[in-house]
Design a protein around this ligand. Structure first.
Ligand code: M6R
Length: 365
């Protein structure tokens, strides 16, 4: 049931504050300011040399964001790969390593095959899934449920942000077990997760502005998305969402890669969505943005208030997200890229919930 919403996708976008508050409260003890770990955890983060993450599509991008978190807060090396590549690479794996699989449906064929490969390699198998009765859940040693409720729209929204919340909680837990974050730091990070639902609600308020911007975006034949650090995967996610439901060609790039090729594409017809809240890497991304503007590229900047003030006048449109710590920014910035894809698709009249050629669950390779 879509309720008052025109599409499941919009309903699910709007469910995110509630879904995330549900997910976060499962993983963190707000009163104590600590992440809760199951008592029967079959591995110890402190003993790991490496974490290997495999997933497909949007779930893979959630894994890419997690890499930044686990490396920074838990000082744990992370390898992330798309499951369809990982499964055929014959990667060597140290015994007793941890392999983590992320899947909304729990039935994605390539992710399942990657899981079975890791099992044969003697890895601990953990999964983050929404469908708890699924094959991937059944074949895992431990399941971290996403708990966002059923997701109907083919384009994943609430499952993505809820997956990231689970991953953020696990990264904090890993930091605690590995002794790389203090109790005070854990308290602060947990508090940021607790405040996420409120921040998401504020991010949703840019809906009208995004609706306007989408009319112009719908005329483009190509769109470039740029981001740096943990926002790079959000640029990839934005491009995927746009492709899936509007059929406009879009590419996500790490801002620093601009000069290494894609800058050749820039002209007046190319909208460039820059995801750059005012974090420590902001100035670097802004200088990439000026390079785009100098060549006539039309910039749509996703940033916070402080970022908007220092962005300069090269920017064509600004979408404001609420102020927050860099830790949670990838989750918050996922909202405007979802809305941008959604409104562009609605304006173009495509089948938003059931885009052509796509299935909700990809059970064949
Ligand atoms: O069910 P899964 O999370 O394993 O699905 C993975 C991808 O097929 C999925 O995320 C796909 O990329 C979405 N349609 C993205 O919106």
């Amino acid at each position: 049931d879509k309720g008052n919403h025109r599409h499941f996708m919009l309903k699910e976008i709007y469910e995110q504050p509630d879904a995330l508050s549900h997910t976060v409260s499962h993983y963190v003890d707000l009163a104590k300011g600590k992440v809760k770990l199951p008592a029967d955890l079959p591995f110890d983060f402190a003993k790991l040399n490496r974490l290997t993450i495999s997933a497909c599509g949007t779930a893979y991008y959630a894994g890419l964001v997690a890499k930044y978190w686990f490396e920074k807060y838990a000082r744990l090396p992370v390898e992330v790969d798309v499951a369809s590549e990982f499964r055929y690479r014959e990667p060597p794996m140290d015994k007793d390593g941890l392999a983590l699989f992320i899947s909304q449906s729990g039935e994605t064929a390539d992710t399942l095959a990657a899981l079975r490969y890791c099992k044969a390699q003697g890895q601990h198998i953990a999964s983050i899934v929404n469908a708890q009765e699924s094959t991937i859940a059944r074949e895992s040693d431990i399941v971290f449920p996403i708990l966002c409720g059923p997701e109907i729209s083919v384009a994943s929204t609430k499952a993505t942000t809820a997956q990231m919340s689970v991953l953020a909680s696990l990264a904090i837990a890993a930091g605690r077990q590995r002794g790389t974050i203090s109790e005070a730091e854990e308290f602060e990070l947990v508090d940021m997760l607790a405040k996420l639902p409120g921040a998401i609600t504020k991010a949703l308020a840019s809906e009208k502005k995004i609706d306007q911007i989408s009319h112009e975006l719908s005329k483009a034949s190509d769109v470039l998305y740029l981001g740096r650090g943990s926002l790079f995967p959000i640029a990839l996610e934005g491009a995927l969402k746009l492709k899936e439901i509007t059929y406009i060609h879009a590419e996500g790039y790490a801002s620093g890669e601009l000069k290494h090729g894609p800058i050749a594409l820039i002209d007046e017809t190319l909208p460039v969505v820059v995801v750059a809240p005012s974090d420590p890497l902001f100035d670097k991304t802004i200088s990439n943005m000026h390079e785009v503007a100098a060549r006539g590229g039309k910039i749509i900047l996703i940033t916070d208030e402080a970022g908007a003030k220092s962005a300069g006048d090269d920017v064509h449109e600004i979408i404001i997200v609420p102020n927050a710590h860099a830790f949670v920014m990838p989750i918050i910035c996922a909202i405007p890229v979802q809305l941008l894809a959604y409104y562009t698709a609605v304006f173009m009249g495509t089948d938003v919930d059931q885009p052509r050629n796509l299935a909700k669950s990809v059970t064949v390779e």
